[in-house]
Ligand binder design. Structure first.
Ligand SMILES: C[S@@+](CC[C@H](N)C(=O)[O-])C[C@H]1O[C@@H](n2cnc3c(N)ncnc32)[C@H](O)[C@@H]1O
Length: 496
């Protein structure tokens, strides 16, 4: 039989479809916001055309299509099985602004130009000709002011991971996908056992990696570690490849990773980012690319004035005076608590934290801080501008997140609560769903049952009545239902 890499790829993903995830940093609102932060206007994300290359079963594109009804989405994937599933899901959701096509990135059918191109988890996993095609599409099918997102496995981090991959491929020779996964898992267990008595740092590192891999799903193990192609690259080589296609590297999609190269006054951004990758042994990168002619400089603190911000930090349990004097105040967070001393920064973060992760415009946040500090209009404008660099630092630290507009989900449950239709469909078969923030979340206790019932036809009493009958009183069930609705609203799962 003639070796046909395209057919082999299609068959592999038809046999074992890829995991079903969404990726918040691929969302056009995020791409718009990072571009704007660099002082570079990008197409309006609420009315744009988005192309996803290697879209698998549509888990990333479908929630975007639901979120942005004024935009149009096209997903392309070689695997007919995955594309068929994506189409079925789109029609079950009644979405008319998303199309899925079973075709190769290297032979796209004709299309009007796109504003945003997304290619997550494909570049490192395809042969060189398809890698060329990915970048050719970003240049040839994307409007001049567009932004592309391309992620890849990075060096030097993958140098050591390659040892695991080579080991697994040796112990899981070609054969049916699930049989190879079974053999790979057995090899992982044997390797782990043989390392137990070895006290070396190498053994400790390797065992940590093996533990992680042991918890990974079959599709990840198969397509990441057993795939015929998985070529990690250095960021500088990726950027050079992009430049050869007329594309410029804008930033990493993760602002915490992007920070060193994006800080105002940073030197050569690619050389800097590459040095950081060596220091941190980075193993994955998600790069934003733009047409070379529209390349932008580092982040501009003044650009924050046109953007929105949100925080996961919570309102601190302190009196109002602690916000306006010079005492340090700790804002609790599930991640890292944030300690601030500057009165304007404390008041600004308090305003954000009070919104429970809902984006607030920089202007509204600054106005709230000024009001609490009793600043007049002139002083308020001055303080808003003067604190922008410190706010940018919080963004680079990951304490706050960047947005380009207000939340597009309900703040509280309505009289007849209506949940995100995608999350409701997902909750029929899983306790992990996609939120309207384009993130994934595991539904706790009663939330899953309440989510499934929240189709806009039931009031509170009907929702509580639909919950499983158990030892709880009616009043207790109603209380639990209300709590679950609050949780769903807080976690961006309700549209009404
Ligand atoms: C590792 S999966 C990533 C899927 C998804 N983007 C994600 O990250 O969850 C790679 C996907 O690229 C698709 N693919 C590989 N080569 C392709 C090509 N030449 N044209 C279109 N799709 C391709 C595969 O079918 C598969 O669905």
């Amino acid at each position: 039989m003639i070796y046909d890499p395209r057919r082999m790829t299609r068959d592999r993903y038809d046999e074992l479809p890829y995991a079903d995830y969404c990726f918040p940093r691929t969302h056009p609102e995020h791409l718009f916001a990072v571009s704007a932060l660099c002082g570079r206007p990008a197409p309006p994300f609420a009315r744009c055309r988005v192309l996803e290359l290697g879209c698998a079963r549509g888990a990333n594109l479908l929630p975007m299509a639901l979120d942005l009804p004024g935009s149009e989405f096209v997903g392309v994937d070689l695997s007919e099985v995955q594309v068929a599933e994506a189409r079925d899901r789109a029609s079950a959701l009644g979405l008319t602004n998303v199309t899925f096509r079973a075709e190769s990135i290297a032979a796209l059918s004709d299309d009007a130009p796109f504003d945003y191109v997304i290619c997550h988890g494909v570049y490192s996993w395809v042969p060189p000709a398809v890698r060329d095609a990915i970048l050719a599409v970003c240049r040839g099918r994307m409007r001049p002011d567009g932004v592309a997102y391309v992620s890849f496995n990075a060096l030097p981090g993958w140098n050591a991971l390659r040892t695991i991959r080579d080991f697994l491929r040796e112990h899981a020779p070609p054969g049916p996908a699930l049989e190879r996964v079974r053999r790979a898992r057995r090899a992982l267990a044997v390797l782990d056992g043989s390392l137990q008595a070895d006290p070396s740092p190498w053994s400790a590192w390797l065992r940590g990696e093996l533990r992680e891999l042991g918890g990974a799903d079959d599709a990840y193990l198969f397509h990441e570690h057993l795939a015929a192609v998985n070529d990690a690259v250095y960021l500088r080589d990726f950027a050079a490849h992009a430049a050869a296609h007329g594309l410029a590297w804008l930033a990493d999609a993760d602002l915490r990773v992007a920070a060193p190269a994006l800080r105002p006054g940073a030197g050569d951004p690619i050389a800097l980012a590459q040095s950081v990758d060596f220091t941190h042994n980075r193993r994955f990168r998600a790069s934003l690319l733009v047409h070379g002619e529209t390349a932008a400089g580092p982040a501009d603190p003044a650009a924050l004035a046109r953007l929105h911000l949100a925080t996961r930090a919570r309102v601190p349990d302190v009196g109002a005076a602690a916000l306006t004097d010079d005492r340090p105040v700790t804002f609790p967070s599930d991640e890292r608590p944030l300690v601030l001393r500057d009165p304007w920064m404390k008041c600004a973060l308090h305003a954000l934290a009070a919104e429970d992760r809902r984006p607030v415009s920089y202007a509204a946040m600054a106005a709230a801080a000024a009001a609490r500090l009793g600043l007049d209009r002139r002083a308020a404008l001055g303080a808003a501008a003067a604190h922008a660099p410190a706010v940018l630092d919080l963004l680079f630290d990951g304490a706050i997140s960047l947005h380009a507009g207000a939340a597009r989900y309900a703040e509280a449950a309505g009289l007849r609560p209506l949940a995100s239709p995608i999350a409701r469909a997902q909750a029929m078969g899983s306790d992990e769903v996609t939120t309207l923030r384009h993130t994934r979340i595991v539904l706790p206790g009663e939330a899953r049952a309440v989510l499934r019932l929240s189709d806009g036809t039931r009031d509170r009493a009907a929702l509580a009545a639909g919950l499983p009958r158990d030892a709880r009183s009616e009043a207790e069930r109603a209380g639990d239902c209300e709590q679950a609705l609050d949780w769903l609203a807080s976690n961006a799962l309700l549209v009404g």
